[in-house]
Design a binder for this molecule. Structure first.
Ligand code: SAM
Length: 289
């Protein structure tokens, strides 16, 4: 059964999922401020981290900790509070809760129990990085953090080699160099990559180039291997999306019309949504037959 996304709280409170800044406090939205002001309590990943934010906003709120070690028991408690008509907010240390941050168990539980969960959108490092990287954004895959151990990391990266979508990863500063080396092993040297660092902060930086160039940059500029990182990788080249036989039929039809090989390649490449070069070769092959 699906639940309404429009709050219909008949006596039950609402949990707001509130995005907070990822480095620049000015990035808090007006709506986030209004909601934080209005709620009875704020569930936070780390209350020591959230208290200064609320102080900056001039608020003194009841803070309740909700982290990966107490999420299940705490979620049951928060459910009761909401059922008693209280309204609450969930925030994480930075960015959008649930995006590599706690909250999934709570939101799932509340949805199952028919309690309204309302998103208050705002910053998230994945979107912030992607929108300014200069890589294709029509399709992307957010992969979160890679495993800490190189072998496991390589195994995960191997599953992504043929993925045509832009790939986005979070990485911790002390794994940047070893992780980049694994990217080179898995994807080769030439794939286009962008590393975004310290987004929205004073030393924000985008480093782009081939994987080999990015590896070289960070190897030679160890002082830049600090802060918070997002890795983005251009997707694999599109493979043939049209059945070969269909494509061959199209090429043969066009050959019968005595069109030049180059033009046929262009037409078929356009139709199939793939690069011209492999089609060009195929047209030559079929022409000889
Ligand atoms: N919930 C957050 C979000 O919406 O982006 C992500 C939390 S995750 C535990 C923390 C990771 O996000 C960092 O290790 C880094 O990879 C990325 N990140 C967070 N803030 C960032 C920033 N200002 N610049 C670059 N990366 C950032």
């Amino acid at each position: 059964m699906t639940h309404s996304t429009t709050p219909i709280s008949g006596g039950t409170g609402i949990l707001y999922i509130v995005a907070t800044p990822i480095g620049n406090l000015k990035d808090i939205t007006r709506r986030a401020v209004e909601i934080l002001e209005s709620v009875d309590w704020v569930a936070a990943e780390d209350t020591r981290h959230t208290r200064p934010l609320l102080q900056y906003l001039g608020m003194n709120k009841t803070l309740i900790s909700l982290h990966e070690h107490n999420e299940k028991s705490r979620s049951e408690q928060l459910l009761e509070k909401l059922r008693n008509g209280e309204n609450g907010a969930l925030v994480s240390d930075a960015g959008t809760p649930l995006i590599n941050d706690p909250g999934y168990y709570l939101v799932k539980l509340l949805r199952e129990k028919g309690v309204d969960v309302v998103p208050i959108p705002g910053p998230s490092a994945v979107i912030t990085a992607l929108c300014a990287a200069g890589l294709p954004t029509a399709r992307f895959s957010y992969e979160g953090f890679l495993p800490a151990k190189s072998n496991k990391r390589l195994a995960v990266l191997a599953t992504l080699v043929d993925d045509v979508r832009t790939l986005v990863f979070y990485e911790s500063p002390h794994r940047v160099i070893t992780s980049l080396a694994d990217f080179q092993t898995a994807f080769g040297s030439d794939r286009e990559m962008v590393v975004a660092r310290e987004l929205t902060k004073k030393f924000e930086q985008f480093v782009s180039g081939t994987i080999a160039e990015v590896v070289e940059y960070f190897t030679e500029n160890q002082d830049k291997v600090r802060g918070e990182f997002v890795f983005m990788l251009s997707g694999a080249e599109e493979k043939e999306v049209v059945e070969l036989s269909t494509m061959d039929e199209l090429i043969l039809t066009l050959l019968k019309q005595n069109l030049p090989v180059k033009q046929i390649s262009e037409i078929v490449a356009d139709y199939a949504g793939i690069k011209k070069k492999p089609i060009y070769n195929r047209v030559l092959e079929l022409k000889k037959e």
